[in-house]
Design a protein around this ligand. Sequence first.
Ligand code: 3HC
Length: 318
Amino acid sequence: MSEKEIKSLEDIFDAKIANDEKIEPRDWMPEKYRQTHIRQISQHAHSEIVGMLPEGNWITRAPSLRRKVALLAKVQDEAGHGLYLYSACETLGISREELYDQLHTGKAKYSSIFNYPTLTWADMGAIGWLVDGAAIINQVPLCNTSFGPYARAMVRVCKEESFHQRQGYEIMLTLCNGTQEQKDMAQDALNRWWWPSLMMFGPTDDKSTHTAQSMKWKLKRKTNDELRQQFVDQTVPQADLLGLTVPDKDLKYNNDTGHYEFGEINWDEFWQVVKGYGKCNKERINARKNAWNNGEWVRNAAMAYAEKEAERKAKQAV
Ligand code: 3HC
């Protein structure tokens, strides 16, 4: 392709971004746009799939049938989110096998939050309330992201995350209206999940490698710090309503800005977890690798069935 032809494709692409039109898989796109989308969408997909593990841990120990059914449905939803996102990612020309390989070999990241252990039933409440709550704040702007398949996948994901958040908050509310021991469990869960939830939004804007370019491409609509602030502003009053204390001695409302100011995040802890040294990193990756290896016969059977079906249909067509 001549330089002039590439320039005209770039101009069409830039005009679409400027006009808030969606970029679709068959449209021309800069290679860096494609690569950064593969990176973000696949990491997002991996987060959904790995995110099933901490909560899956409590399905057999849910305190009632009602709680068990809701938790099962939630964990199943996360699997569905992973599948929409892997499918969206595949439209960029990468295979599902390559994506899994990147996860299993540690080449691709997944959200830091899922490397923390779930120690009590209250953690199911805290995860739904805080982790899914953070996920919604991060993901609602992505419904309006520039790449069509990602934006469309996010619409359904956000609707389901909103149910998850309420499910979690309701568990917290029940515990907080229960015995002192139950309320202590809820407080303990908040203490352990608060800071990791703030870390979920990623490094501060001045340390974020990709934000500036992703904002230009309208992949990201808000920066990591803007979303983190929105989360704090939204969540602190919810903690107040529960009668729980946010574990941050520096937290205070600023009347002038209309925002909560919060304490310093432990970024060393964040990077340790991202680099693989969190409490559960090894366990999570081993669980995913085992699921992949143990599922080989299912994949083979499905492929064999698909081939037979294709043969049968081809014969019928003649
Ligand atoms: N955990 C692990 N890695 C993280 C991270 C986190 N919480 N936050 C940032 N990082 C990584 C980035 O991936 C990047 O690494 P890379 O260059 O190797 O890919 C590096 O740290 C620098 O961060 P940036 O801010 O420059 O990266 P991004 O611009 O990609 O922003 C993000 C990070 C805000 C997480 C963005 O990718 C995003 O919005 N992703 C989509 C949403 C998502 O993936 N959410 C994960 C949670 S999903 C979930 O919670 C499911 C649910 O069911 C609850």
